[in-house]
Design a protein around this ligand. Structure first.
Ligand SMILES: [Zn+2]
Ligand SMILES: [Zn+2]
Length: 290
């Protein structure tokens, strides 16, 4: 749901012991995933998205290759599989990989609208069940990002209110910035209740204290929201409740890096701010996987 990168972290680090509050030199920002180059010549589709013509027409084939290996007792032949293109030329193993298939660029490829945060960015049409670049007015999101962002197959918004997406996106973006405490606090109602682990705070002052505790051992963090499940939405009292799941990439002040899965429960309510209404958390609770 958020614009944060859906990392779907597969390489969970081992648990580390609780870090102590040891001052260390200023850490470098956490490395963000590097962006892949476009897989070919890019053109803009009728829906404003991008498509590209891949480097080659067809998918590479696997071809057996015999290699001689000297193993003391004279040469031995080994069979290795290698990827070759339509003309039989081997594929450079360092060539960028795309798509759910982790393949190299070929054929017509489509870019996910959430490309900034998409795990794959570019997709072979056939790998995402398309025969043609969609000629519709809606933007195309890949199956993963649709899940994360609560977007339907036809690009429709599955959230009860699109403003909620913006609210949550901004909240986690700000949440990762240590110098944005007051801005972060503005996301809560005056009597909001926040629970983090075993600590609960109610109202701005207590929530402010909770917030400052988060940075005692952590030097840097980056939230990734993997899924938001709207749990209840009532038109009448403008209450919305949902569960959130994600990972947080942490760097402790001791310089340890780890990825910790988290779950959250939030209740949102609309608060009048002058003439406009704004979403705010009335309840927010987060659990970190220990
Ligand atoms: Zn593919
Ligand atoms: Zn995507």
């Amino acid at each position: 749901m958020s614009q944060e990168p859906p990392s779907f972290a597969s390489d969970r680090p081992r648990r580390t012991s609780t870090a102590r509050n040891t001052p260390v030199p200023e850490a470098k920002p956490l490395a963000r995933r590097t962006k892949r180059p476009a897989p070919g010549i890019v053109s803009t589709t009728s829906s404003g998205g991008n498509s590209a013509v891949g480097k080659r027409k067809a998918a590479p084939r696997k071809k057996a290759r015999a290699t001689k290996k000297d193993r003391g007792q004279g040469p031995e032949t080994e069979i290795e599989m290698e990827e070759v293109d339509d003309e039989g030329n081997p594929i450079d193993p360092n060539e960028p990989r795309y798509c759910v298939c982790n393949g190299v660029s070929f054929g017509t490829m489509i870019q996910c609208e959430n490309s900034e945060n998409c795990k794959y960015e570019w997709f072979h049409l056939e790998c995402v069940g398309l025969t043609d670049i969609p000629a519709r007015t809606t933007k195309w999101y890949c199956p993963n990002c649709r899940q994360v962002l609560n977007i339907g197959e036809k690009g429709e918004d599955l959230l009860p209110d699109p403003e909620i997406r913006t609210f949550i996106t901004n909240f986690y973006r700000i949440s990762d910035k240590q110098d944005s405490n007051e801005l972060w606090l503005s996301h809560f109602t005056e009597d909001a209740q926040v629970t983090m682990g075993n600590d609960t705070g109610r109202g701005p002052q207590e929530i402010r204290e909770l917030r400052s505790k988060m940075w005692t051992v952590v030097a840097e963090r980056r939230h990734v929201v993997n899924k938001v499940f709207p749990a209840r939405f009532q038109d009448g009292d403008s209450e919305c409740e949902f569960m959130l799941f994600g990972d947080v990439h942490l760097k402790t002040k001791e310089g340890k890096e780890l990825v910790v899965p988290w779950a959250g429960h939030a209740a949102l309510t609309q608060v009048a701010d002058g003439l406009k209404k704004e979403w705010k958390f009335s309840q927010y609770r987060v659990w970190l996987q220990k």
